[in-house]
Ligand binder design. Structure first.
Ligand code: C2E
Ligand code: CA
Ligand code: CA
Ligand code: CA
Length: 279
């Protein structure tokens, strides 16, 4: 209880900083956000590197906070992870992404896919495969149009467990992507056994690609590794035409980034260019 005034008690000690108070407020608000329909998905296009066609979209969560405006995931996802709220939030994302995918499937382009990010807690949660199977069935979506993105760090936490989960997902026809690749510590032995569909090169390596530096060693190595393991390669964070041309030349299969398309609400997807000029 919080009571102000001369003789009032305060739940918060004076020493407790406003940052912590804000965090508590945020947790309270987040509990209600799903019920109050304040969560949104934005969609960022993913383009084929060679032909420049839209292949699909990555769903990225936003929170339309009544007082604070549109909040980015880095503001509330860490809190959601810590409190376990991420599971219901994640289930909302899966269902909403599948609902939208169905609409596009019927009304826009039946080849488009949608990628959903999974947090560590979600990935390791017992009911994950069931939740996804149910969402696909409910919205009548071909499994191969859904991609699940897990970070390299998440996938390598409990490698044997990850292999088991990814094998189950692959058996259902669901695609999986190893996100932020290159920033974690992959055991190549495990990587070889992970039945994933693609590697997604972390933005950090892409932003290193500057016209003068020309340092493409790491990207070249990741592309070679992916080809050996029979995985597709996606590069994220493409911001310049030089990067686009370079990544295409190095053999990346698909590209994402502000240069090609920013994340937008589903309603604005129709205004995105259906194809971009390829390098
Ligand atoms: P991520 O999965 O690595 O997503 C890519 C992030 O880079 C997104 O930030 C995207 O908006 C941003 N981005 C895309 N292109 C560019 C570019 O050209 N330049 C730059 N500087 N940035 C670019 P966002 O939307 O803020 O998401 C941040 C992270 O939050 C995501 O990183 C992902 O880890 C997490 N996230 C987002 N949505 C969800 C979700 O629904 N569930 C879970 N579990 N995590 C999510
Ligand atoms: Ca991602
Ligand atoms: Ca990423
Ligand atoms: Ca990231």
């Amino acid at each position: 209880t919080k009571k102000n005034g001369r003789n009032g008690y305060s739940f918060f000690q004076p020493s407790m900083n406003t940052l912590a108070q804000n965090q508590l407020q945020l947790i309270n608000d987040l509990w209600l956000a799903i019920a109050k329909n304040e969560l949104r998905l934005f969609y960022q296009p993913k383009y084929g590197a060679m032909d420049g066609q839209i292949l699909g979209f990555e769903a990225l969560i936003r929170w339309q906070h009544p007082q604070r405006g549109l909040l980015m995931p880095d503001v509330f996802l860490p809190v959601a992870e810590k409190t376990g709220l991420i599971v219901s939030l994640g289930n909302w994302v899966i269902n909403e992404a599948c609902r939208q995918l169905r609409v596009w499937h019927l009304e826009e382009d039946p080849r488009w896919s949608v990628a959903v990010n999974l947090s560590t807690v979600q990935f390791e949660q017992a009911g994950l495969v069931e939740t996804i199977t149910r969402a696909l069935a409910e919205h009548q979506i071909p499994a191969e149009l859904l991609t699940l993105e897990v970070t390299e760090t998440t996938a390598m936490r409990e490698p044997e467990e990850s292999i088991r989960i990814l094998t189950e997902l692959a058996a259902l026809g669901i695609k999986t992507s190893i996100d932020d690749f290159g920033t974690g510590y992959s055991s190549l032995l495990y990587l070889k056994r992970l039945p994933a569909s693609e590697l997604k090169i972390d933005r950090a390596f892409v932003s290193e690609l500057r016209p003068q530096s020309g340092d493409a060693t790491i990207i070249t190595a990741i592309v070679a590794l992916a080809q050996t393991l029979n995985l597709k390669v996606v590069a994220e964070g493409v911001e310049t035409q030089e990067q686009q041309a370079f990544l295409t030349r190095l053999g990346c299969d698909s590209l994402q980034g502000y240069l090609l398309g920013r994340p937008v609400p589903a309603g604005q997807v129709a205004q995105l260019r259906r194809s971009v000029v390829t390098g």
